[in-house]
Design a protein around this ligand. Structure first.
Ligand SMILES: Cc1cc2nc3c(=O)[nH]c(=O)nc-3n(C[C@H](O)[C@H](O)[C@H](O)COP(=O)(O)OP(=O)(O)OC[C@H]3O[C@@H](n4cnc5c(N)ncnc54)[C@H](O)[C@@H]3O)c2cc1C
Length: 424
């Protein structure tokens, strides 16, 4: 049998792939490593906004990670990402107010790079890896993985590259690719979790906590939490999928002039049980429904209109009272037509609680955007704690359900790398 082309092939140059590449090239410089990505530059959160959370469980999936496991690896993640951790102030005050009404405020070590500076970070990471001899092939989509007599990958449907070990880290975008692989390779998987919610946008004076805590993580009853807060120069953005769009948010670095808007998501986690099993399918249905009602776009509604039970219109988005224009002008309408009632009830209850802790978010001008949905993963049935799914193949990162954020993804890559080194 011919010798393999590489010792290790890594599919995906997001944080999970980079984490694996750094760990392997550091621990075993003799290994030949190839990193492949379908895009020109890695396309996940490292490129967009790049908030980094260094406190368990943020970014980790608790079924796969204990606190101890995460805390052991996080210092290694920091060594490479070199975060400038933001100060948190007055936490006791917010916590006391929150606890009185059954809400928890997590204290998370955070850093924020900003969309305008993230490319420079990615370039630095890639150049460091190249200096260690790691090879990159960008704009090279992997269409298949094989692991029988030999193991390796197929690039753009034709080119076969053999490797002793393959790490597959295609992120959330690689959902269908991973699903196809697992079905073909006979790997069992589950896909039963989905987060459904809204993104709120308001003037900075109606959510002043961001001056004290950049991305405050509140946990409410009924599985609702705040997620991904952006301020300074912040915008709501569209994330396009086949046939529908979702909303998300990001901010530029502190070097850019502020637009005095804040946005953050309120998400409700839904764990589906038999007979409904696919979180992905549910997300697609909800995403398509909202876009259908919005004439091909997501929906937005002012809190003032929502409280009065009437739809928002272009006019309500422009009247004097509602002083700021939406940063992502989608279709003004009625969220009540698109959000399932139980989800809306729980989100609204959380908004009322949040407004009690930090008065302001229920101001009539606040905009509620929908849908913000996080489709997690097809979680493979792993063969070991290092995320191995077959003889020589490992699946890691957000696409494989081992993480939910940049730092957790990077740590997952390290854990797969540790497994490879251990079995070497
Ligand atoms: C808009 C946006 C903003 C976000 N902001 C944050 C944030 O601020 N903080 C945070 O912690 N998390 C954030 N996230 C989540 C974050 O992106 C993920 O948690 C993290 O990037 C997951 O890392 P990953 O390596 O698993 O996947 P990704 O970062 O998604 O990387 C996967 C890579 O694999 C490539 N790929 C996919 N399929 C193939 C294939 N078949 N062949 C070759 N290459 C392939 C993709 O092009 C991609 O570059 C954000 C996500 C999005 C979409």
């Amino acid at each position: 049998m011919p010798s393999p082309d590489y010792d290790i092939i890594i599919v995906g140059s997001g944080p999970a792939g980079l984490g694996a590449a750094f760990h392997l090239s550091e621990a075993a410089p003799d290994l030949s490593i190839l990193l492949l990505d379908g895009e020109k530059i890695c396309s996940g959160g490292l490129l967009n906004d790049c908030k980094q959370n260094y406190t368990y469980p943020i970014g980790f999936v608790v079924e796969n990670w204990t606190r101890e496991e995460a805390e052991k690896i996080l210092p290694e993640v920091e060594t490479h990402l070199q975060p400038v951790v933001k100060e948190r102030k007055n936490l006791d005050v917010y916590r006391r107010r929150a606890e009185r009404i059954g809400v928890t405020l997590l204290d998370i070590r955070q850093a924020h790079v900003g969309t305008d500076r993230s490319r420079a970070l990615i370039r630095r990471l890639m150049s460091e890896l190249e200096k260690r001899g790691v090879r990159f092939r960008l704009e090279s989509e992997v269409t298949d993985i094989f692991d029988d007599v030999e193991s390796g990958v197929v690039v753009t449907g034709t080119e076969k590259l053999r490797a002793r070990k393959v790490i597959v880290a295609p992120g959330r975008k690689g959902f269908s690719f991973l699903q196809h692989l697992m079905e073909r390779m006979g790997i069992d998987y589950i896909d039963n979790v989905v987060d459904v919610g809204i993104r709120l946008e308001m003037t900075a004076n109606n959510y002043p906590i961001v001056k004290d805590y950049y991305d405050p993580k509140f946990i409410f009853p009924d599985g609702v939490r705040t997620f991904c807060t952006n301020s300074g120069h912040a915008r709501v953005v569209l994330e396009r999928y086949q046939g529908f769009s979702l909303v998300n948010g990001h901010a530029l670095s502190e070097k850019q002039p502020a637009n005095n808007l804040v946005n953050f998501a309120l998400l409700k986690t839904i764990g589906l049980k038999d007979p409904v099993r696919s979180g992905q399918q549910m997300a697609v249905f909800l995403g398509r429904l909202a876009n259908e009602i919005g004439g091909g776009k997501p929906l937005m509604q002012r809190v003032g209109d929502f409280r009065m039970g009437k739809r928002s219109t272009l006019e309500t988005l422009n009247e004097d009272l509602y002083a700021f224009p939406p940063s992502c002008p989608v279709t003004a309408g009625d969220l009540g037509l698109a959000v399932p009632a139980k989800i809306m009830r729980h989100l609204w209850a959380a908004m009322k609680k949040l407004d009690t802790i930090i008065s302001g978010i229920l101001h009539p001008s606040t905009i509620m955007y929908y849908p913000e949905i996080k489709m997690y993963a097809n979680k493979p049935a792993f063969l070991d704690r290092n995320f191995r799914v077959s003889g020589n193949v490992y699946m890691v990162g957000d696409g494989a359900g081992t993480s939910r954020g940049i730092t957790g993804a990077w740590a997952s890559g390290i854990r797969a790398a540790e497994g490879i080194l251990y079995n070497r």
